[in-house]
Design a protein around this ligand. Structure first.
Ligand code: GLA
Ligand code: ZN
Length: 674
């Protein structure tokens, strides 16, 4: 199900709007509309934390004010993303139904306060959420001004209450059937941790069981499932009265507590909140990090997504509230669109007067007039988005995929050895990503449950834990002609974190790579080895050095020092019609640069642009006939970019053969060339 865009609206521009904090100030509410229009805002998210206004007493609903707000927005050409209020519970509810308050891992129940802290299992909370969602949907779900449901807000956190634990036991019973099976899978004979019944199982806590890795993994899986289940209950409640309205929830940046890939099927639209730390000077490293997460969001459904929150300037929860440098608002916002977003939304429209976010960046500051730099930036961006509206709905075509698997991350985090001072899984994924990013090569970011068809290359660093039949998919992929890039620390354990017997990489992957991985040397911080290629070129290695034996693969490079000097450190194996590379140790940027430069040329991976100056990001989106080239300059310095094809600048409406981008400038160009 897609958002039905109203006539004349393409890219969404707006953000969180909290009129419930200003109901006693009709003058301000009126001013808001004037300012929204001035800022070219066409869409706001309403009701996110409004529960106390919507249901001031149990069972007493007041939606009149909300309807009036939505009516008024609509009459003024501004559309609504309507939130369900479950992200923060009213005080009366929290006090009356103690069970809805979360219990921490120290087994202490929360006091009333904060947000995002309800128990996802509590039947009371679920009942209250169903009821309020039903009220909202019945009254406003068919309002012509409402485009989309915004479920809750940033689902997050974990509850250890007795009820959650019982649910966990049920979940385990369903998964394993018999306790004996669980004991086998969790290897509980270790340290006499054998369970006699599911009722004995307690979620992992610091002063209890934390060493059974199968338990820790399953608890995290359960937590994700429980949140998705809660979300699905929210969806059912709104669908009952508004079956035509699509649903989203705002996901987060660098959020590893849940497996977001499990959310994708329940949602119609993916949206997320992005808060990078932009600063002065060259921001390209930061830009590359955010780019990866934009790509995660786009890849979840392989569809355009929405940037649901970003800040117009400062983010007050960071160590320091840096102002976005002049221009950065354009570059950062366009980066989202370039990677597949069909919106630029903010937290928030008007700055509140009190409490903990009163100094967070907002479109309208306490001064209340459109005179701030933030406001002008937003206004300019609104105009800009209107000019480039035709890019809405266009797709990103990725011929290569990068694997970032959350369950693999969880397992690596628990692992114990070979480097308790830092395995750096996410950083490693980022390192591989960077080489493609610099070359304007689009990547999908996928997990082990995703399909591989359609890709020429799959890059799967540190695939420690194999699950969901991924090994078979990789095997088939290579057999049929795909190229696989794997690394050290691959195929060590199965989905329950049990080590493979009979050699690594397990599950037949050893055959695909033509390599047997015997053991790993975990290096201290600062220690180095090197990878010496056949042609004598050397690259620095660090952190993890796998000692491998070739079983059919051909060595492309060798260790340069230590007792394993001269042993293979990089290899390639022909398998079926494809090839599988194996990098045995953690390399640095120079290696990834050279390696992927060569490989991407061999595979003819499409690039958005051939010559990309340092610090500039180039991305492409495609519609049926057109190709859109997005260039964002994150370098902080002026850059000149030559364009090989005839391009048309969507904003200046001129043909371009070359563009000059100052500091943090951006441009969107169109070509019909294939
Ligand atoms: C999150 C929340 C918002 C707000 C912003 C501030 O993304 O969803 O309610 O707190 O952070 O950056
Ligand atoms: Zn609970």
């Amino acid at each position: 199900m897609k958002i039905q865009l109203p006539e004349g609206i393409r890219l969404l521009h707006g953000g969180d709007y909290n009129p419930d904090q200003w109901l006693d100030r009709p003058d301000i509410l009126e001013k808001d509309i004037e300012l929204m229009k001035k800022a070219h805002i066409n869409c706001v998210s309403v009701g996110i934390f409004s529960w106390a206004r919507l249901e001031p007493e149990e069972g007493v609903y007041d939606l009149d004010w909300l309807e009036k707000i939505i009516d008024n927005l609509y009459e003024n050409g501004i559309y609504t993303v309507l939130a369900t209020p479950s992200g923060a519970k009213p005080v009366w509810m929290s006090e009356k139904y103690e069970e809805i308050r979360r219990v921490s891992s120290q087994m202490v129940r929360d006091q009333t306060g904060g947000r995002h802290n309800h128990c996802y299992t509590s039947p009371y909370y679920r009942e209250k959420v169903r009821a309020i969602n039903g009220q909202l949907a019945r009254r406003l779900g068919k309002h012509p001004g409402v485009l989309l449901w915004h479920l809750s807000n940033e689902y997050g956190g974990v509850c250890w209450c007795p009820r959650c634990q019982r649910e966990f036991q049920q979940w385990l019973r369903k998964k394993y059937g018999a306790i004996e099976e669980l004991n086998l899978q969790w290897w509980t004979a270790f340290w006499s941790h054998t369970y006699q019944s599911f009722e004995q199982i307690h979620a992992p806590v610091d002063n209890g069981e934390r060493d059974t890795h199968g338990l820790v993994l399953d608890w995290k899986r359960f937590t994700t499932d429980q949140v998705v289940d809660f979300m699905e209950e929210e969806i059912r409640a709104v669908r009952e009265f508004a079956p035509q309205l699509p649903v989203t929830t705002n996901l987060m940046y660098y959020f590893t507590q849940y497996n977001y890939f499990k959310f994708k099927d329940a949602l119609d639209v993916i949206s997320w909140d992005s808060y990078p730390q932009w600063g002065p000077g060259d921001n390209s490293r930061q830009a590359c990090e955010v780019a990866l997460w934009h790509d995660v969001m786009r890849s979840l459904k392989r569809q355009p997504f929405l940037l649901m929150e970003s800040t117009p300037s400062t983010t007050n929860w960071m160590a320091a509230s840096r102002l976005k440098r002049p221009g950065m608002h354009l570059a950062a916002s366009m980066q989202a669109v370039a990677h597949g977003s069909d919106s630029v939304q903010y937290f928030q429209f008007r700055k509140g007067r009190g409490s903990s976010e009163k100094f967070h960046g907002a479109v309208v500051d306490h001064v209340g007039e459109p005179v701030t730099r933030e406001f002008r930036d937003v206004e300019r961006l609104g105009e800009y988005l209107e000019k480039i509206g035709e890019v809405q709905g266009s797709k990103t075509e990725a011929k290569a995929a990068l694997v970032l698997d959350m369950e693999n991350l969880w397992a690596i985090e628990e692992e114990r050895g070979p480097r308790n001072c830092g395995m750096h899984y996410l950083e490693t994924v980022q390192d591989h990503y960077r080489a493609f990013w610099k070359r304007g090569i689009s990547l999908d970011v996928i997990d082990e449950e995703c399909e591989l068809s359609g890709y020429k290359l799959v890059v799967a660093p540190m695939l420690y834990l194999l699950r969901a039949g991924f090994q078979q998919k990789l095997r088939d992929f290579v057999e049929q002609g795909g190229v696989l890039m794997g690394t050290y620390h691959t195929g060590l354990v199965n989905e329950n974190d049990l080590c493979y017997l009979g050699g690594w990489p397990g599950e037949g992957l050893s055959e695909v790579f033509g390599v047997w991985h015997e053991t790993t040397d975990g290096l201290w911080d600062g220690e180095k080895n090197s990878l010496v290629l056949e042609n004598g070129k050397a690259y620095e290695l660090s952190e993890l050095c796998a000692l491998i034996h070739l079983k059919g693969a051909k060595a492309l490079g060798y260790y340069g020092s230590d007792f394993y000097e001269g042993e293979p450190a990089l290899s390639v194996n022909s398998f079926g019609k494809g090839k599988a590379y194996y990098l045995a140790a953690r390399a640095g940027e120079p290696f990834y640069e050279d390696f992927y430069e060569k490989l991407s040329r061999e595979l003819k991976l499409p690039r958005a642009l051939e010559e990309i100056p340092q610090g500039v990001e180039a991305c492409e989106r495609r519609s049926d006939k057109e190709r859109y080239l997005f260039l964002q300059n994150f370098s902080g310095e002026e850059k000149q970019i030559r364009l090989p094809l005839g391009y048309f600048d969507l904003v200046s409406k001129e043909e371009k053969k070359e563009v000059t981008l100052s500091g943090y400038d951006a441009v969107v160009l169109r070509t019909t060339a294939k």
